[in-house]
Write a protein that binds this ligand. Structure first.
Ligand code: LLP
Length: 414
């Protein structure tokens, strides 16, 4: 499903020319395609067909209420990492009973909030968290459903900042500690052991690391069963990558079928936590060229979006295609596409061949995941608007922040 395509010389989001979105709502703005989000979700759901399974969208990838609501309406569950995300999911119409709570630093207040709501499962990441959750749940007269996030110590072969399944990462419970902690958890009155979970990293382009991790986890599940602890579910995490540039990726069905085949006859409900692969290529960041600056060594296209809007290039040297909304026939030149923020790291694309002029619109592609959700107000820049396109319809699902809102909670002292 291609959400964005050139029609009559103008880049469109579904059936809407991006030019008209820029005219109506200004730039920079994020533009998402409903059809692309829905079709990505269906790929997951279809690949699980015939199994007891729940896709729990990783909210951190894109937490706009409209996006969450679309997924909730398709029956998606949600993977959250904070009380804020829990509130968002509930506000968007997600069901508490379909929510997983991941993350290494859950506070007591967040545990209470989640127990109050009645979530599906806590993915516990340390012994300290296990102890705390037991105390909190007991004090509320509840039993918290838990799984342990076990760190399989497998190299995901992705960027070090988004690799999470190695021993040296802060995530999960060491493989060697997992048995003792499961036995401990099974004996605690405030906990109910229901599953196991692993997540080894993000933007994985190969199936092998997933399989290596799963094999280790399944070996452990069998061992655990032998020790009298039977699990109801296995959470395979998220992490499947998307094509940003020229990456070769397995289809969702190929990836899932390979994993599911490894489960054999084990009767485990499947949980999944995909984020990027559901929304990444369903969104772009629309920006306008303010200036072209021709330096001695380099040419710069200074645009009105910046690292505060899309942090991935600055943080991970990530590649996002940069595409003119109305391509020109002129000879292209090489530009660094940069924002107005006062940092040398404020770039969106480097060494891009573009035929552009000031005032032109550019689309920064594949920005639906970890774009808006990682944005900030750095340099006192109001956050961009978000627009969801559905066929010919344009929905403003979050207006651009106002200048006043930037300091609305602040005060001066006498
Ligand atoms: N589950 C857990 C426990 C996670 O930590 C993550 C992502 C996911 C699921 C979803 O992973 P996905 O399917 O999206 O790969 N900001 C970085 C990505 C950070 C990912 C953090 N965890 C980026 O822009 O590339």
């Amino acid at each position: 499903m291609t959400a964005f395509s050139l029609r009559d010389g103008v880049l469109h989001a579904e059936s809407v020319p991006l030019e008209s979105i820029a005219r109506e709502f200004g730039t920079p703005c994020y533009v998402y395609s409903r059809a692309a989000i829905e079709s990505a979700y269906r790929e997951y759901a279809d690949a699980c067909d015939g199994r007891e399974a729940l896709v729990c969208y990783a909210v951190k990838a894109n937490s706009n209420l409209a996006v969450l609501n679309l997924l909730a309406r398709l029956g998606s569950g949600f993977d959250i990492v904070s009380g804020g995300e829990l509130a968002r999911v509930l506000a968007a119409g997600g069901l508490a009973e379909n929510i997983l709570f991941s993350g290494v630093g859950k506070t007591e207040a967040e545990m209470r909030q989640a127990l109050e709501a009645g979530i599906l499962c806590f993915n516990v990441e340390s012994e300290g968290e296990l102890d705390r959750l037991d105390i909190v749940a007991t004090s509320m007269g509840k039993r918290a459903p838990i799984s342990l996030r076990v760190n399989p110590d497998v190299d995901a072969h992705t960027h070090p900042y988004i690799s999470t399944g190695l021993k040296e990462n802060k995530f999960g419970i060491a493989y060697g500690d997992a048995l003792r902690l499961y036995l401990k958890a099974a004996a605690l009155p405030g906990l109910k052991v229901t599953g196991i979970d692993f997540h080894i990293g993000s933007q994985l382009t190969q199936i092998e690391p997933f399989l290596a991790a799963l094999d280790k986890i399944l070996e452990f599940v069998d061992r655990l069963k032998g020790d009298g602890v039977s699990l109801a579910h296995i959470d395979l995490g998220g992490g499947l990558g998307i094509r940003y540039q020229d990456e070769e990726l397995p289809a969702v069905a190929t990836y899932l079928h390979a994993l599911l085949a490894r489960l054999g006859t084990r009767r485990l409900k499947i949980l999944l936590e995909p984020g990027r692969s559901l929304v990444g290529n369903a969104g772009l960041l629309l920006t306008r060229v303010e200036y072209l600056k021709h330096g001695e060594d380099k040419n710069f296209a200074i645009v009105d979006a910046a690292m505060n809007d899309l942090m991935r290039p600055a943080l991970y040297q990530a590649w996002h295609d940069v595409v003119p909304v109305i391509p020109r026939a002129a000879a292209p030149q090489t530009y660094d596409v940069v924002g107005p923020v006062c940092e040398s790291g404020d770039w969106l694309g480097r060494d891009r061949l573009l035929a552009i002029a000031p005032g032109d619109l550019l689309a920064i592609m594949s920005a639906g995941a970890y774009g808006m959700s990682m944005s900030s107000n750095y340099n006192s820049r109001p956050r961009a608007a978000e627009i969801l396109v559905d066929g010919r319809q344009i929905h403003l699902v979050r207006p651009r922040e106002s200048r006043e809102s930037l300091f609305s909670g602040e005060c001066v002292i006498p």
